[in-house]
Design a protein around this ligand. Sequence first.
Ligand code: NAD
Ligand code: ZN
Length: 365
Amino acid sequence: MLSTGIRNARNVVHYLFGMGAIADLSTILDGRRINISDSVIFFIDSFFEHHNLLEGFNAITSGDQIIYVNTIEEPTTSFINFMRDKVFDASAKQPCAIVGIGGGITMDVAKAVSNLLTNGGNAEDYQGWDLVKKPGIFKVAVPTISGTGAESTRTCVMTNTANGLKLGMNSDFTVFDQIILDPDLTQTVPRDQYFYTGMDAYIHCMESLNGQYRNAIGDAYSTQTIQLCRDLFMGGDMMSDENRAKLMVASYLGGCAIATSYVGVLHPFSAGLSVVLGLHHGVANCITMRAMEEFYPDGYREFYRMAESQNVRLPEGICRNLTDAQLKQLYASTIIHEKPLTNALGECYKDILTPGKVKELFLRM
Ligand code: NAD
Ligand code: ZN
């Protein structure tokens, strides 16, 4: 067993949980609005542009700025820089709070912009570990889809298209100051998407518990997350009120788990699919699972039992017609993830994941 080297873990400072909890957002923001000119930036998933979920809650005041976040593509470093500029252009004064309402994409945009506004520079300057030096603007998350744990992790994932690196700003300052977990908000998520994103919580923890870098508290979070996923994905409708609440808790705990541990083989392959083929994280994980039986036989079987139990459609044949150039790119953007691959396979992971082996695994997807 190896030590993760993460000794002094930081979690979300405050959280609120419960159906209807979003009603408390205005009180939380009022606590930050000291002067009349203090304004809040809301990053909101573009799905809600036509489903106004803040109506009636008085959370938005006249000086605030709402920026709808398009989720067609996952965030690139230049997209994050563009979002930061939008905030700068709207006002010379720093906002008193930044709120991210949506899935992993929107929450990650909120985290990254919050850090950039106080630290200066560009998003790509902070891809890595502990490069952010100052606290960001007070940041709040309201997840509207559960699974990634972005609401509770110390990272925000983004891709630098110039060098193909999909890596976050891993930092204590990336952790949200406040989160509001309201299971009412996930009712409208399409079923397949709900499963793809939801399984991210299961996969983070399954990979972490099968890894060599371990942390006792991380293991406890992971075990509980997996138990909740089993209960909800194998016990009736995964989108019932009770099961949506369970998945929201699993997502939060899974994010806490990953703050003190690492993922394994599946995530690097999934990142390769996202970087080279533009597939979104949740669905890319589910596609990658097709090639994971030899690494995670129990997790593999359980995953398909859950998908079958929920009658979810899993894409296949994605890598059937890849060119040699794409396969080369896929190898490069998978093998670059040294920490998770070492966690799963040991330091000599490149001896196991040779270019030929990686190609064979991709072709199975
Ligand atoms: P997402 O943000 O990609 O959204 C998925 C889809 O669901 C979008 O079409 C969105 O509009 C829709 N949606 C969200 N809420 C909805 C609702 N209530 N009703 C209807 N539609 C809704 O979702 P995700 O899977 O949560 O996030 C993936 C992103 O998170 C990726 O960019 C990935 O890299 C990142 N990620 C971050 C972390 C982290 O720790 N920061 C961890 C894992 C993944
Ligand atoms: Zn993930």
